[in-house]
Design a protein around this ligand. Structure first.
Ligand code: FAD
Length: 536
């Protein structure tokens, strides 16, 4: 007879000496007990003694109920015995008591040991003390509840975004922000304004090899930014709002088991937003008062410039006529011609002195200008006139209009001239429909501004003529020199843009301005970013 064990593992087990099984059970690091059908203990191993405090000998003959702390609900035992009586195993948690009286939470599995006919002969119980595990799980749960309630009640809006830009966690204040800005993705709106390439940065930090260590950390840092302030203009008459934002990159290990040995972190971006509108509104009020004063001053200077230019332009006419007369007189009355020549020379000298006296406008430096902000300023400055003339405004700013590179005051004066024209057109006595719509948008590297009025419009044959200096359809009595559009066109051209006068959809006039966006130029782009004020 061969003593060599068979090759199959299952068959090989059959040849294991019984003593090996005995020792395996006796030395197992899990508390094992075997009972009869009444749960009277007939065997316990060393680990059982360690966990329960009852020695091997003093356990034998006792009922398992000796471990009961009498705090486990009867229903649990009911469930347990129902399963066991049906010949099925049972697993559950019981509040047990050690010999010394100390309570512990036991995770217990009882398996019926069956004979060949399927009748239960014994019960095999295996239990372990899961008190620490339970405490830890509860601590995590409680901490989560605490953190969630702190986050939820925080006075700032919080949103945790994953690498795909999905919001994984947010709080009540973020939901309020969503309602305030009338968008279900306020985080996207703010990030697009503050860090337009944030998605690329997130993707660059995502799924990097373990070995990349420092580079991953650097890339992760590049995703975030410290406190930056941003202004959001909202459609209609709603006042703009200011938000102070910070973005914090967070790297966490994934909970999935397939990532157990992979150290590549998953990147999240925590966006913290606080509404600083009240503070900014106060500052804004003061800034607008200064701006209003500056614009009035600039308008006075421009009016003086234009009045003098107009006077010079008109004086040139008679002088030219006299010039022609002088030529005629030179042959017939040379004496008179000479006198006239001297008078003309004097006249031209005085005209030239007058021309030298025309005040020059100050040259502003080019800087990134947000057209939404410029238009909002102009609207604020013009509010008294709009109210006085009963004109309603439909203000529809592009939510993320990038900056243009330009002269801030000159652009404001340009839009004020266009808005003043629209107000003048609607302020005619008896004109009923009084609406102005201002829309900003961007297309093909250009920022577009449309100012539509519901006035009588400009006849097609005059649409080019109105740009000529000193041309006006309103007469010069009310201070209309007819130079506003000529100046506006000059200002737009100076910014590399286009100014058109078209027919508005309602029949009135549409003034459309197109200006190149600063981001078209790499150098300009760098400056453009600074429009978002960053505070260290
Ligand atoms: P009991 O009067 O003993 O029982 C409560 C109810 O359980 C009864 O009303 C009855 O419906 C049912 N029941 C009890 N015994 C039987 C039975 N033999 N057949 C059918 N139904 C029955 N309990 C612990 O508290 N801690 C343990 O660690 C533990 N380990 C166990 C390990 C094994 C292998 C087995 C078989 C049982 C174990 N028990 C354990 C259960 C224990 O035997 C008791 O049922 C339990 O402790 C309740 O005891 P009691 O004195 O409060 O109520």
């Amino acid at each position: 007879m061969s003593t060599k064990p068979p090759a199959s593992p299952s068959l090989r087990n059959a040849y294991l000496p019984l003593e090996v099984f005995r020792q395996a059970v006796a030395q197992a690091d899990v508390a094992i007990s075997i009972t009869n059908l009444d749960a009277d203990i007939i065997y316990v191993n060393e680990a059982f003694s360690r966990v329960t405090g009852y020695g091997v000998l003093e356990s034998i003959g006792q009922n398992e109920s000796m471990l009961s702390s009498h705090a486990t609900p009867h229903a649990v035992y009911g469930e347990m015995w129902t399963a066991l009586m049906a010949g099925k195993p049972w697993t559950g948690r019981l509040l047990n008591q050690r010999k010394g009286g100390e309570q512990f939470l036991a995770e217990l599995t009882i398996t019926p040991v069956l004979d060949a006919g399927g009748n239960t002969l014994y019960y095999l119980g295996m239990q372990r003390d899961v008190s620490d595990l339970h405490r830890l799980a509860l601590q995590v749960k409680n901490q989560k509840t605490l953190i969630e309630s702190v986050i939820d009640n925080a006075p700032v809006a919080l949103a945790l975004l994953d690498a795909d830009g999905q919001v994984q966690l947010d709080n009540q204040e973020y939901k309020r922000l969503s309602a305030l800005l009338d968008t279900n993705a306020p985080a996207m709106l703010l990030l697009e304004k503050l860090q337009p390439d944030w998605r690329d940065r997130m993707l660059a930090a995502k799924n990097k090899d373990v070995g990349e260590g420092k580079r991953v950390a650097d890339k992760l840092l590049a995703v975030g930014f410290s406190t930056r302030e941003v202004r959001i203009d909202r459609p209609g008459s709603a006042a703009p709002r200011w938000f102070s934002c910070a973005a914090l990159p967070i790297a966490v290990q994934d909970e999935r088991t397939d990532d157990f040995y992979a150290l590549a972190p998953h990147t999240y971006l925590l966006l913290v937003v606080s509404d600083v509108s009240a503070l900014r509104r106060g500052q804004e009020k003061a800034r607008l008062a200064t701006l209003r004063a500056l614009m009035v001053e600039e308008e006075h200077a421009a009016a003086l410039r234009e009045s003098l230019s107009a006077a010079l332009f008109r004086l040139e006419g008679p002088l030219n006529v006299m010039d022609s007369i002088e030529h005629v007189l030179q042959h017939r009355e040379p004496g008179m011609a000479e006198g006239l020549h001297a008078a003309l020379k004097d006249g031209r000298t005085h005209l030239e002195s007058l021309r030298q006296l025309i005040p020059q406008g100050c040259q502003e430096a080019m800087s990134p200008v947000n057209l939404n902000e410029a238009l909002r300023d102009v609207l604020d400055v013009c509010t008294p006139r709009l109210l006085a003339n009963g004109i309603s405004i439909h203000w529809q700013p592009d939510a993320v209009l990038p900056a243009v590179l330009g002269r801030p005051m000159l652009l404001r004066s340009l839009f004020k001239a266009l808005l003043d024209n629209a107000i003048d057109a609607l302020s005619m006595r008896g004109w009923k429909e009084r609406e102005i719509s201002i829309v900003t948008s961007r297309a093909k590297g250009q920022a577009q501004v449309s100012i539509d009025d519901s006035g009588p419009g400009i006849p097609a044959e005059l649409r080019f003529k109105v740009f000529e200096p000193f041309f006006t359809t309103r007469g010069t009595q009310n201070g209309h020199l007819g130079t506003g559009l000529a100046r506006a066109q000059e200002a737009v051209a100076g910014h590399g843009g286009i100014l058109d006068l078209l027919e508005a959809p309602g029949g009135g006039c549409r003034a459309r301005v197109e200006l190149p966006l600063a981001e078209n130029n790499i150098e300009e782009h760098a400056e453009n970013r600074e429009y978002v004020h960053e505070h260290a």
